[in-house]
Design a protein around this ligand. Sequence first.
Ligand code: NDP
Length: 503
Amino acid sequence: MQNSPALPCDIVLFGGLGDLAQRKLIPALFQLDQFGLLHSSARILVMARKTMTTEAYKAHTLKRWQGMATSLTDEQRNDHDALEVFFSKVQYSSLDFQTPAGYEAIVDWLQARPASTNGEVGDKPVPQVYYLATPPSVYGDICCQLDRAGCISERSRIVVEKPIGHDLESSCEINEQLATFFDERQIFRIDHYLGKETVQNLIALRFANNLFASQWNHEQISHVEITVAEKVGIEGRWGYFDKAGQLKDMVQNHLLQVLCLIAMDPPAELSADCIRDEKLKVLKALRPITPNQIGTHIVTGQYTAGTVDGAHVPGYLEEDDANTHSNTETFIALKVEIDNWRWAGVPFYMRTGKRMPLKSSEIVIHFKPAPHYIFDPDQKHMLGNKLIIRLQPDEGISLRMLTKDQGLDKGMRLHEGVLELTFSEVFQSQRTQSAYERLLWEIIKGEQYLFVRRDEVANAWRWVDSLVETLAHANVKPKRYSAGSWGPVASIAMIAMDGLTWY
Ligand code: NDP
């Protein structure tokens, strides 16, 4: 990104006063601009319901940034010159997305591009990006109204956020609405995990290092762990979260996307469709979990009051706006099996939960032990290399290796050492872009490989729906776990049944 030329674009941001826009999108656009990646002719039209002037929108945004966690450093927040330049590209306009009146403002704005850059900068048409940072319930109306107002053309792109629906049927409806107005190549479905540097690094790690490529299968790998642990609870979104739960909110998208990148076959080339074709094959090969596998392949949990970072926090059912009878899971552990040649017999253990002791996303690849053991019998349990890929925090890769312990008295005793690649140390002088910065940049470029294709969404939902049905059929209630712990004991028991422990 550092050496890339600035790109022109017209971005219409629907829902510009919402949490996502204020906390992630506007900061990311500002950063792109600050680092010279938005062309001087780039324009951003922010739309939301409330009536206010552009100046008031700027003041409102800057004030909100003071009280919220964003990707901006203090230095960036206080770079008044850069903020001035960025906000000169922004215009605010109020609109009720569901009523036709007001869409003409978008037409006028699109047509008002200065003559010198009218429709083209250099020899390329300027992309028109419609970013829907809104509830999915208004996607259909927005598309219809954009179409009616004549705002959709070859150079239009539409961006939608997760979740795409709440099950297969509703996701198909949303995708059908989008497909009525846009070609698949114009649709950018965000899963912000795909914008993380380390998640993309999985592709480099696997396909640029033959050392791993030849080991990446059931012959060499015994099992894989994927953990996405959140320290936060519901963050004031109880009503939203309770309808979804951790399975739909985290597994259906982020964890399955990470699983796909670990498990997929090498793509023939680095094109969006080649990569997504390979991910799709993994999703299609996920084995459904059956009712008699509850407890051995799936465990759900819900946090009770406890201590996180030394502070007392309420339980899920004691949070503001909670329905005290909810059985929604805030934790889920799964043993996933992939029915294909490469992964036959290799379990993928996945767990994700809220109110865990740490915020951490990590993949652990466990390699099989050497076939014949010649060292101290009491050290046999140490066998098996582990490759640990830390997605956050402290992004990097560690390879756990066995060496000889030093000292005359140690004989041939083994010592576990670590080969460490911490990205902040390797790329010291370089800034790591936020996931949204990278995703917005790819949208402006028109590159789709970091975005989820329609058939991926459908197949991920198909598998998740089958889990939901399995749990509902067996009337499974989530097991309780204290906030600040690693989830219910049943999740430890689940992996222990296979003679293993979570890393
Ligand atoms: P918010 O509810 O905070 O923001 C939604 C915005 O859309 C508000 O500005 C709201 O305006 C506006 N809006 C909704 N309906 C209309 C309408 N008919 N006319 C005009 N404005 C309307 O939601 P978020 O920002 O949190 O989320 C937006 C989307 O992104 C959702 O789909 C969410 O699932 C997804 N998402 C959000 C994440 C986050 O971190 N927040 C992370 C990942 C995905 P008003 O306030 O006036 O109602």
